[in-house]
Design a protein. Sequence first.
Length: 449
Amino acid sequence: MNRQVELQRTLKLWHIVVIGLGYMAPMAVFDTYGIVSEETGGHVPAAYALTLLAILFTASSYGKMVRVYPTAGSAYAYTRNTIHPYAGFLVGWAALLDYLFLPMINALLTGIYLSAVFPGIPEWIWIVGFVLFITVLNLLKIKITASVNTFLVLFQIVVVLLFAALAIRGLMNGDGAGQVFSAQPFYGPDLSLPALLVGASILCFAFLGFDAVSTLTEETVDPVKNTPRAIILVAMLGGILFMTASYFTQSLFPDTSVFEDPEAASPEIALFIGGKVFQLVFLAAALSSTLASGLVSLTSVTRLLYAMGRDHYLPKKIFGYVHPRNGTPVYNVLIIGCLSLTALKLDLVTATSFINFGALIAFTFVNLTVIIHYVFKKKQRSAMDYVRYLISPLIGAGFVAYIWTHLDSHSMTLGLIWTAVGAAYLIYLITVVKRDVGKMRMDDSEANS
């Protein structure tokens, strides 16, 4: 009997950090600037700072659990082994919403961007080309995917730095606020905590990416050490990029009424700050952002499907298969590539609604698993243990609970329907197929947990 091929540990710390940043799509800061500036009364950087502070508590919870279960399953595996296998499946099923629909969203954005530049070419051609690109790259070795993603992310960072340099020049010439250094974007007499929290509820989803790193745990060298570090680094570096870009944008455009469309202000921002040439460079960076995010989000969802297939929730011969030479779950890649083509029939609002519900489910349960595993199961109850394993995840869960209250009804309805389908499928597996999916996979646990 041949031994089953498993994922290969080839990714170093910097690989997974850049993959996480690619998932977060740094250029997205400009797409949400207009609407968040209106909601926060001109304090977008402050909203990012608050969001980063809040999200770090959940990121810390991911880091704690990945040390216990260094597996590709992420929130699915943590819940499965800590609470109950059935709960784990439902969390994984819900999290699939986040991972499944992000490649589609990036395909749609790519089609929108390129159709604006080349109106004579049908949008579906760009969408199909995008899906083929990210699918083919994911069929190759993970390090090839990581290398391409690195190039795309570095280009975005260079453009953000160029934007900052042009912004400084404009501010020194009297544009916008007329000064390079100002506390106004972070603090002012009109600053309102409720308004900042509303802004944070929008910006929370910009930080998706730190959690995606955990799906690559089985392909990371020394994951117990490197994956928790990467999770925090991705959140921190992403937050710094977001705050830097939004600070200079806020300084240049303290009043969003100057935009024709505050919800799609990035082309106007680029044109104002650097003219037509920089606007083209900006568009190229936006495209590299969708390519990088689409590329690594497809990587992440195939690893989650692999974990669920290995545990027999999905047909193992297909979803649990790893190519012996490339070390990638090729069937999963092909399946997700085909599903991503449904972007041809989806609209951006519907696709975005799906990812919000799935992400919040994962965040909620990862915080809960920290408390259950460390405080109740391991009985780690010193004063410092309560801070690390009870108070910290409760703060993370509290912020996520606040985001839940701001989730639009469309997202909630779609998410609940999807979860109901998953529950029906689970009942089918247990009662009709009679598949044994109720055992804990305790072999994933580390001895030093």
